[in-house]
Design a protein around this ligand. Sequence first.
Ligand SMILES: *Cc1c(COP(=O)(O)O)cnc(C)c1O
Length: 388
Amino acid sequence: MAQRFLPYGRQSIDESDIAAVVEVLRGDWLTTGPTIDALEAAFCDAVGAEHAVACSNGTTALHLALAAEGVGPGDVCIVPAVTFMATANAALYCGAEVVFADVDPETGLMTPDTLADALGRSGGKARAVLPVHLAGQCEALDRMAMQAEAAGAVIIEDACHAVGSHWRGEPVGNCTHSRAATFSFHPVKTIAAGEGGMVTTRDSELARRMRMLRSHGIERDPSQHMRQAGEPWWHEMQMLGWNYRLSDIQAALALSQLKRLDAFAARRHALAAAYDVALNGNNKGIEGLARTPDCDPCLHLYPVRIDFDGLGKSRAKVMSELAAQGVGSQVHYIPVCDQPVYKARYGEVDMPGARRYYARTLSLPLFVGMADEDPARVVSVLLEVLGG
Ligand SMILES: *Cc1c(COP(=O)(O)O)cnc(C)c1O
């Protein structure tokens, strides 16, 4: 096709990003250096957080938060069925079990009702609740925080889609309604570092444990050592941790991208608004992004809902015909409970909201480098494909 191919997501790298990485390459520190501190400080500023701990990716961010919180065998983590599998996997890494919560069939988000149902199925063992801010949207964080607290659990927000989003005027990541929030800097996410992650929290002790755990559980502060040997080389491993460090090379890219966050958010807003307009009154019943009240999202995705069965055309066929016309698309997400590992562990789980959401969802291209006219073009190609 003559038209350039539009993937569903793509990073935006400019000369300032490249210069920032090159500067680190010319410097003294490739890892665990000053750029990590600078990134953590800038991230705190950007999302109004008190503490930010950088790590190797969004998955290790989730694992660090749960591990530092002390989640372990005998505990349950509540995870919405519609998410990237990392949210659930992090619970298993800790030796905990997952109880899936159903989601709103229109937004794909866990709600107070579906959380209440999941808590009821947790046998009083719920230790952490992980709301996932799908596409960058969130909902009812205050109510879910109260529900979690009443059940003796903490909220760990999976905010990997939601850097730059606000809920009731507060930036996601400032942890007003949670113990911690986790972010990813994978290239399809709003801020790209190649790989990278971040956890924010208001709890200084939790932040301290996460810093230790991301580097083997080593305590660096000599005054905190159990053995006061007076040996300058002595460093003490006080917990079993991992190597979940972020390199300064990646941190330089993340930091440079973070400076562009406001511009990214504005661009994503404008593109989503253009999709809303292009879809308005369409004759195939395609529903645009279902927006949640109180949320001002920095959208990671633009998922539409389509009645593929009713239109008599499979999603696989629609996606391949879109691709043939230069339009990439993706499905976010296959319910995690349907993955073989989880099916073998927990059997068939009844998740009607997740099933309905999954059956109809399709993510259309949304990335900063799209042209103003791209959303209208994507929608016209989509209508043509659905009509044929
Ligand atoms: C991307 C993502 C993760 C994992 O992040 P990685 O950086 O890829 O490890 C976790 N949860 C959600 C919802 C994500 O989209």
